[in-house]
Design a protein around this ligand. Structure first.
Ligand SMILES: NC(=O)c1ccc[n+]([C@@H]2O[C@H](COP(=O)([O-])OP(=O)(O)OC[C@H]3O[C@@H](n4cnc5c(N)ncnc54)[C@H](OP(=O)(O)O)[C@@H]3O)[C@@H](O)[C@H]2O)c1
Length: 349
């Protein structure tokens, strides 16, 4: 059994903790909390141990705390950092490197510049083998993970025929659980979005990818609007959809009117955290016009990176081959069954 600690218990950390408990190969040591609030009691009621910063134990005196984050890390094989963006780098320097433990970081960090947490940005479909046995690796953010999941199979299938990808990211404002975060009635434009550069770290610097981003007042997923340009006549929509037929991380849906429909289905089916953990191609929106394929796909913002963390953890901790890791992740997340249910419910009428 390997011992894993989750540092941070927000949208991402709570989901990661949940899958670790479903994994018979892992002992979840506990989770790190930084605010002395009621959430500690709800975490405790799930049977999880809560650890807090050593120097702030007094602030948590009224709660049932198992000990300090520092002591929990001393007994770990790996930590999954789920802290707010840019905190992961500070934790790496102050907590993980001094203890020489393996660490996974989330999408709010960076792999470039003076505060890079790792050299590699992980995407299981593109660079799984390169993270086997590595010590510090960053998981791509939800949009970065989603773009790779769609673009990589197209690249493999069409190679040099593909000459340009233009993606407009329509990003959600807040997560479902972030009830204290106000959803503001505006469409906000994002200058110099990082997502394209992040994707190029694993698809290659010369990938002809151009990304624009806006943020809209919804909690229900991201939507990517993709134009893929070809050197000659573009493939038919059916040829594009067929690329994802055996990919458990991509569902091809025909009748979802919007992202809320997909989330609502996940809720009624009792999917954990109402996550689908995948990309949904809105197949009724795919068109092939001359040299261009137009597509829209939605990206389960919080859910999509959770099975990716699981794949990454297996590569770093167990040095497992891709096929075995994929099978184990499937046994924990049941992605294939979720995909079948989604595709059946939203089938062509
Ligand atoms: N939300 C998404 O859809 C999404 C998707 C992909 C990637 N990500 C990335 O995942 C990371 C976490 O995002 P999130 O949405 O889960 O954030 P979040 O909901 O705001 O949660 C962050 C958690 O980190 C804890 N925390 C505060 N200071 C910390 C520290 N110094 N070290 C460790 N933990 C600390 C907070 O604890 P307290 O509550 O106790 O203060 C809070 O529970 C970010 O890098 C983000 O970019 C997010």
């Amino acid at each position: 059994m390997k011992r894993v600690f989750v540092n941070g218990y927000g949208s991402i950390g709570s989901r990661i903790s949940s899958f670790l408990r479903d994994d018979p190969e892992i002992t979840l040591v506990g989770v790190g909390k930084y605010s002395p609030d009621e959430r500690i009691n709800s975490i405790k009621s799930k049977g999880l141990d809560v650890y807090v910063p050593e120097g702030r134990l007094d602030e948590f005196a009224e709660y049932d705390i198992a000990g300090s984050i520092e002591s929990a890390l001393d007994s770990c094989d790996l930590v999954i950092d789920a802290s707010p963006g840019r905190c992961g780098y500070k934790n790496k320097k102050s907590l993980y490197e001094p203890r020489n433990i393996k660490a996974i970081y989330q999408g709010g960090e960076s792999v470039t510049g003076s505060e890079a947490v790792s050299e590699i940005l992980f995407n299981s479909g593109s660079n799984y083998d390169s993270v086997i046995g590595k010590k510090h690796v960053m998981q791509g953010s939800c949009n970065v993970t989603g773009m790779g999941r769609i673009l990589e199979p197209m690249r493999v299938a069409f190679g040099d025929r593909l000459i340009r990808f233009d993606v407009t990211l329509v990003r959600r404002w807040a997560d479902i659980e972030q009830t204290d975060k106000q959803v503001i009635d505006t469409i906000e434009m994002t200058e110099n979005p990082h997502h394209g550069d992040d994707v190029k770290t694993y698809l290659g610097e010369d990938t002809p990818l151009y990304v624009r981003a806006v943020k809209v007042p919804t909690r229900q997923m991201h939507l990517h609007i993709l134009d893929a340009r070809f050197s000659q006549q573009a493939p038919r929509p059916s040829e594009i959809h067929a690329l994802y037929a055996n990919n458990p991380g991509v569902a091809v849906l025909w009748t979802a009117k919007g992202t809320q429909d997909v989330r609502e289905f996940a809720r009624t089916m009792g999917f954990h955290f109402t996550d689908t953990n995948m990309i949904h191609i809105h197949a009724n929106m795919t068109a092939s016009i001359g040299d261009t394929v137009q597509m829209m796909y939605s990206d389960d913002q919080t859910g999509i990176v959770i099975p990716e963390n699981h794949m990454l953890m297996q590569a770093m901790l167990f040095e497992r081959q891709y096929r075995d890791a994929r099978a184990h992740t499937e046994s924990v997340f049941g992605m294939d069954a979720k995909k079948q249910k989604l595709e059946k419910f939203f089938a062509k009428s």
